[in-house]
Every structure is written in structure tokens, then in C-alpha cells.
Design a protein around this ligand. Sequence first.
Ligand code: TRP
Length: 351
Amino acid sequence: MPNTAASIAVEHSREVGASIERAPGEHRMLTGDRPTGDLHIGHYLSSLRTRVAMQERGVDPFVLIADYQVIMDRDSVGRIKENVLSLLADYLAAGLDPNRATIFAHSSVPQLNQLMLPFLSLVTHAELQRNPTVKDELGASGRPLSGLLFTYPVHQAADILFCKADVVPVGGDQLPHIEQTRLIARRFNARYAAGSEVFPEPAPLLNDGQRILGVDGQKMSKSRGNTIRLAATADETAKAIRKARTDSEPTITYEPERRPEVANLLTIASGFTGRSPELLAAEVGDGGGSALKALVIESVNEGLRTHRTRRQSIAADREYLLQILRTGNAKAEAVAGATLAEVREVMSMDY
Ligand code: TRP
């Protein structure tokens, strides 16, 4: 994203953050995940905890399982239902409360998907073609560009606008989609609603934490197999962390630029203990790589203990999970139905 666009997004994020501090009850948040596999500690530290914190503050949380986004760049749905239920188990174990949060799968909400049609009329081929995130995802997929991948920023706008969310907690890679969503909202209001504010322009809420890398020092991602899954056992966690790359320097210091792998392990331990990476580095000091890893293993396993216990009992009850999802889908459907009715009316398509 060009620098000016990025700094405007940072500004929007700051403003909405301040507004949430003042009046959390006036905000609705929407965010979500693609059900392509199990969630990992990066998700936990950067997004799951933020969502729960927002809910606890009194923001109205909508959490979306973006199942249609799974088939944009692959040949089959894979183990989609398992992945959906696994996401849901992590949401609930992390503390999202189904009585307060609306948790749903976007494929289950036809009225949301119908918004895609008027929204498609509001974007140009050129805009879609220059979306940098779509370009990256296309490159990573190694496949021809599907129509769904090409147009998914518009579908994602429907995800956000159907419930008129004004806050979207995301990582930086999603900013182009938020910008496209803002354009769609603005154009809809101007062209089809005579300037009345049918759709608010949502603001991104950027997570400010340090990005977590995988145990191989690359970006932590399900497809790279370098993650530490929330569903992993304490032993699996220990094994993965013991294998993590470090460097050959004997003393542990926190120097993210010069020693990214060591810094990453310190960041992980810091995320789970709430203590600063500098302090943890000083504590480990001459203990070196093996003492550092012992600390990280302890921090992660301790930090996730409650989550994992809760997750295990929740995940075992498939019927319960399906029931929660159906309830969330029905809530989302009611909201989407009201929005679609309003859209039909302002567009004079209410026959
Ligand atoms: N594209 C997001 C991701 O890959 C998931 C997502 C789908 C999403 N719809 C959304 C995020 C709407 C925020 C708002 O992580």
C-alpha cells in the first residue's frame, strides 16, 4: 500500500481506538478468519485476545468464519467442516461469549452474499486489479486467478457492511480491503441512497503487537507447517520450540533487527507472560539458547493451559458447537435481512 494510504489507515485506527476508549457501547466490530486449518499462537496473541478484550469492554462483536474465502485459491474445500468447528472451539475457549458475540459462517447468510451484487457495480476492474493483497495471494497460490479471488475484496466488503460494523480489527495485509470497503460504502450512499448514510465507513483497528514468526524464522502460517497450534499438546509445543532456529551467539539479547529468531522467541514469551522482551532477555542472559527455549516452552504452555483445557472439552461436543454456530448464523441472518431490505428500498427494488 502506498505510504500516504497506510498513514491514513494508521490515523483511522488511532481515532477509532480512542473512540472505543470513550464509548465502547457505540461500536460494532467485525472480524474473522478463513477456516483453512487450526489457529496458532500468532492468532492467539494478535487477534483472539483483542476480540475478547473488545467484547469485555462492551463493543458489539461480530465474528465471521469466512468459509467462502477458502475456495478462492484451491481446488477443493478440504476438511472445511472440521476446520470451521476447530475455529469455533478456539473462539469459545478464548472467551468469546456466544450470548454477546455473533459468531457465524458467511456461507450461511444468503442476504449478506446478495449484497455482493450491488457492491460489484460500485468497483472498477482497475481497482480490483491493483489490490496488492490479492496480487500476493495469487502469487502464493501458484494457480490461475479465479473470479472469486479477483472479486473477494468486494465480498469482504459485504462481510463488513451487512452489519454496519464501524471497527475492523485486522493486520496490515487487510488494509487494502478496508480501503475498498470504505469506497464501496461511500459510493453506495452517494449513488443509490441520495447521500443518506446507509453504510458507515469502517475503520481498521491495527493490532500493534510485534508480528510472530514461525519456528523456522519465516512468517508463521498454516501452509508452512511452522506454527504452534493452540490445539497442540504441551509436549508437541515443547518439541516445536526446541527445534526453533536461533543463532550461535552464547548470550541472549533482544535485538529484533540483528537477531530476529532470538527476538521472535522473546516476543512469544513476552506475549504469554506480559513481561517485556528486554527484561526476559536479561534474565536468560548467559543461559543461552537452551535456557531461552525452556523459558518459551514454559510461558506458552502455562499461558495456554486454561485455553487448552477449555478447548478440549468444547471441541469434544460437536453438537454443541453446531448449535452455537446455527444460533450465530440465525442472528447474522436477521441483521443481514434488515440491511438487504433497506438496500432494496433505497434502490427502489422493493417490489
Ligand atoms: N481475509 C481475512 C483473512 O484472511 C478474513 C476475513 C474475511 C475478514 N472477511 C473479513 C477479516 C472481514 C476482516 C473483515 O484473515
